[in-house]
Design a protein around this ligand. Structure first.
Ligand SMILES: [Zn+2]
Length: 442
């Protein structure tokens, strides 16, 4: 009798033995083996044979999941200055097999993204293309580049049609700084492109730019105008932001339109970033809202050395020299977060708030694959799927998790990456962006 849950014929070249396999897409959670051949998953089941010549990975005590998908990263290295991190440091070397750049590449700069980021990376690299012709240069620092005159819908549509395997949606903003200048005109153009393409719009909430002098935008008004524009499959991002976003009010109440948005199929991405607030996360989760996906929103401005220096300072162009002091975001100096973090860390933070391991795994695997409309290729451990697999461990103990307000929560467990299988190849996780465990020990 074949006890294998499911299998393809043929000989495996890699077998992951004895880990706890959590695969929300198939409802699997148990001590099982996973077999791989020629870059594809061939079997998932107990006691799978390891053929002569195949690599055996003994993973007892480890968690084995479909390759984790980070739905929000900034990896357009060099072109976006020290904002863009190296894709593989965020990706495979950080325990993540698929990395989605949010709004870095644009219709004008997409060719470079494909040639210099997508192609040389071991990680699977995808993107939500920027609404703006400029793309996310220096993290959108020069606000005047991002008005409606800096958007060309036809250019977005043409580029996205040219690269459907790489461009999975469109990134736009709905935040007080832009709103004070142009209302939602920029976002409406991004949405227009999305409608033409049938692709989702990813909407950044929470302050990004300073407001136009003399304006005083009520972020609730932004939510009231943006929700009616959205369709099923569009994404509201940064629900936990400590900045005024309208998602969570100053009183901790969730804007009632958020529930309407969810009811019509709009999804929510964590977009952890440099503005994560435990208090707001608790308010959202206590209101019964579970994020759909879990982008870590790593970028060069929120990975800082313990001494406060930026990760990439001086590595490329010294962009500090070209940015006038008054244009620098004040958070840059004030940001209390000083240790590296990553997708596993963002998962641990949600678990510290009561979200379960299978739920956070679903956010980073099956739900993310659905957002990318790639659920037939990645995000599940089924025979025939690409062999993108993440292996991580649960470190028990007492860990101090710090949010961007400096608030601390003690966690009893911390997820920490061990290795990945990407396109069938085993890669160890040695990214220097990963958290320093000694610093997190409570
Ligand atoms: Zn971001």
């Amino acid at each position: 009798m074949n006890a294998t849950l499911s299998s393809l014929p043929g000989t495996s070249d890699l077998v992951l033995k004895g880990g706890r396999v959590i695969d929300p897409a198939t409802g699997t959670d148990g001590i099982l083996d996973v077999a791989v051949a020629a870059g594809k998953i061939t079997a998932v089941g107990p006691d799978l044979p390891v053929p002569a010549g195949a690599t055996r990975l003994d993973l007892s005590g480890a968690i084995v999941t479909p390759g984790l998908i980070d739905t929000h990263a900034h990896i357009y290295e060099h072109v976006t200055g020290d904002f863009g991190l190296n894709a593989d440091l965020v990706g495979v070397r950080g325990g993540v097999t698929t990395v989605v750049d949010q709004g870095g590449p644009s219709a004008l700069t997409f060719g470079g993204f494909k040639q210099f980021i997508v192609e040389p990376s071991q990680s699977r690299v995808l993107c939500f293309i920027s609404s703006y012709l400029a793309g996310g240069l220096l993290g959108h620092r020069y606000v005047d580049l991002y008005g409606p005159t800096g958007i060309n819908v036809a250019a977005i549509v043409k580029t996205a049609r040219q690269y459907p395997d790489l461009i999975k949606g469109i990134e736009a903003h709905a935040e007080p700084g832009g709103f004070s200048r142009w209302g939602l005109e920029s976002l409406k153009l991004g949405k227009k492109a999305g409608r033409e393409l049938g692709l989702p719009l990813y909407v950044h909430l929470g302050t990004l730019w300073p407001q136009k002098e003399g304006s005083d935008v009520n972020p609730r008004e932004i939510i009231e105008q943006v929700v009616p524009l959205l369709d099923a499959g569009d994404v509201l991002a940064h629900p936990f932001t400590r900045y005024p976003s309208g998602f969570v009010g100053a009183d901790g109440a969730i804007h009632p339109l958020i529930f309407e948005a969810l009811a019509k199929g709009v999804t929510i991405d964590v977009g952890r970033g440099a503005h994560f607030s435990f208090d707001n996360a608790r308010a959202v989760i206590d209101a019964g809202i579970l994020p759909t996906t879990l982008g870590a929103d790593l970028h060069g401005y929120n990975i800082k050395y313990p001494n406060g220096g930026r990760w990439y300072r001086g590595m490329f162009t010294d962009t500090d020299d070209v940015v006038p002091a008054e244009d620098k975001a004040d958070e840059d100096a004030a940001l209390p977060f000083s240790t590296p973090y990553g997708l596993h860390h963002a998962m641990s933070e949600l678990m510290a708030l009561g979200v379960t391991l299978p739920q956070v795994v679903a956010m980073a695997t099956s739900n993310a694959a659905k957002l990318l409309r790639m659920q037939d290729t990645i995000g599940a451990l089924k025979p025939g799927m690409d062999a993108d697999i993440s292996v991580f461990r649960i470190l028990k103990g007492e860990w101090t998790l710090r949010d961007s307000n400096g608030k601390q929560v003690i966690a009893k467990q911390l997820l920490h990456p061990d290795s990945v299988v990407r396109a069938g190849k085993v890669i160890g996780t040695d990214s220097p962006l990963l958290p320093d465990l000694a610093q997190l020990a409570a």
